[in-house]
Design a protein around this ligand. Structure first.
Ligand code: ADP
Ligand code: NA
Length: 330
C-alpha cells in the first residue's frame, strides 16, 4: 500500500530550535520518515509576514535546515526543502486567496492574537493571509494528513474547507487532508515560568534550552530552573509544574518513562534530578551541535541537498498547480 503523504513546515524565525520545538514537533518528523511519504519544508515565505532582516533570515533558513539534518532528517527518506525554492507555493496561494472569504480569513484567531500584539495597523496583509499560504503548502503536495498541534486546528479546517470548495466549484483537484492532532508529543514549558510553554518569545532567555547554545549554558539553566514548593519529586502538572516539566524532558530524552524516573528519584532531591537532567541534555545536544556545524561548514553540500529537495518537491507541486490552473481557466 502507498504510504500516507504528510506535509509539515517550520518557520526559520530563530537561530536555534529550542527543546520544545524538538520534542514537540521535529522529533516526530524524524519518526514519520519511516511510516510516511513525508514532505518537510522550512517555510521562509511565512517568516517574512511579521518583519525581518534579510541577512538574518537567509542565515536562519540554513541554520534550520542544518539542524533538521543534524537531528535525523534523511534526504533519502523524506523530501526536505525550502519554501521559496518552490514558487508554486505563492502561485497556488493566490488562487486560493480568491476563493477565501474576507470574513472567513478574518475569523482566524492566530491573526487576531498576533496582530493585536503588533498593533492592528502595523500588521501586514501577509500576516492576514498567512493561513491561505499554509493551505497552499499542504494542498500542493496532495497531503493525506497534516500532523499539527492543537493551536493549528483552525488553520487546518480552513485548508480542508478551501480544498472542498475548490473541488466542488472547479472539479476534483485536491486531496482533502485529515487533521492529525499530535497528542502524544511532549509539551515542554518554560524553565523560569513553568506554567507557560517554552517559546522563542520567552520573557527570559533562561527559560528556554536552545539546541545550538553552549551546552554549559543549558546545564546552568536547568540547574537554576524554577522548581516548586515542597521537596518531593512528584509528577503533578497542576501543583508541581516545574518538577513535572523537568521529568517530561528527562523521560523524552532517555529510554526511561516518567514512572521509572519517579521510582529512581524517590527520596532524592530536586538538585539530584536537575544535575542528572543537565547531563542528559548536554549529552543530547553535543553531537547535534557537531553535526549541525559539519553541515554549515560545507555549504556546497547543503546547497546540493536543498536543490535535490526542491526538485523532488517541484515534481509534485508543478503537477498540482498545472491541474489547478487548468481548472480555473488559465
Ligand atoms: P515558538 O513557540 O517558539 O514560536 P513555533 O510556534 O515556531 O515555536 O513552533 C514550532 C513547532 O514547535 C510547532 O509545531 C509547535 O507546536 C512546536 N512547539 C513549540 N513550542 C513547543 C513547546 N514548548 N512544547 C512542545 N512543542 C512546541
Ligand atoms: Na522515555
Amino acid at each position: 500500500a502507498r504510504r500516507p503523504r504528510v506535509f509539515s513546515g517550520i518557520q526559520p524565525t530563530a537561530d536555534s530550535f529550542h527543546l520544545g520545538n524538538y520534542l514537540g514537533a521535529v522529533r516526530n518528523w524524524v519518526a514519520m520518515q519511516e511510516t510516511s511519504d513525508a514532505f518537510y519544508c522550512v517555510v521562509d515565505l511565512h517568516a517574512i509576514t511579521a518583519g525581518h532582516d534579510p541577512a538574518v533570515l537567509r542565515n536562519r533558513t540554513r541554520l534550520s535546515v542544518a539542524q533538521l539534518l543534524a537531528v535525523g532528517l534523511d534526504p533519502e527518506r523524506c523530501t526536505l526543502f525550502v519554501q521559496s525554492h518552490v514558487p508554486e507555493h505563492a502561485q497556488l496561494a493566490w488562487v486560493l486567496s480568491c476563493i477565501t472569504g474576507f470574513g472567513e480569513a478574518g475569523r482566524m484567531v492566530q491573526f487576531k492574537d498576533k496582530s493585536a500584539k503588533q498593533g492592528s495597523d502595523s500588521a501586514s496583509v501577509g500576516l492576514f493571509t498567512y493561513p491561505i499560504l499554509q493551505a497552499a503548502d499542504i494542498l500542493l503536495y496532495q497531503a493525506d494528513a497534516v500532523p499539527v498541534g492543537e493551536d493549528q486546528r483552525q488553520h487546518l479546517e480552513l485548508t480542508r474547507d478551501l480544498a472542498q470548495r475548490f473541488n466542488s466549484r472547479f472539479g476534483q483537484t485536491f486531496t482533502v487532508p485529515s487533521v492529525h492532532i499530535v497528542k502524544d508529543t511532549a509539551k515542554i514549558t518554560d524553565l523560569q515560568e513553568p506554567t507557560v510553554k517554552m517559546s522563542k518569545s520567552a520573557s527570559s532567555p533562561n527559560g528556554i534550552i536552545e539546541l545550538l547554545e553552549d551546552p554549559a549554558r543549558s546545564a546552568k539553566k536547568i540547574k537554576s530552573a524554577v522548581t516548586d514548593t515542597g521537596r518531593e519529586i512528584l509528577y503533578d502538572e497542576e501543583n508541581k509544574p516545574g518538577v513535572s516539566n523537568l521529568l517530561t524532558m528527562y523521560a523524552a530524552l532517555t529510554a526511561r518513562t516518567i514512572d521509572e524516573l519517579l521510582e529512581e528519584y524517590d527520596g532524592k532531591g530536586y538538585g539530584d534530578l536537575k544535575k542528572d537532567l543537565a547531563e542528559v541534555v548536554v549529552d543530547f545536544v553535543t553531537p547535534i551541535q557537531e553535526r549541525t556545524r559539519a553541515y554549515l561548514d560545507d555549504p556546497g553540500h547543503l546547497d546540493k541537498l536543498l536543490a535535490i529537495g526542491a526538485d523532488k518537491a517541484r515534481a509534485v507541486a508543478t503537477a498540482t498547480l498545472d491541474k489547478a490552473y487548468r481548472r480555473v481557466g488559465f
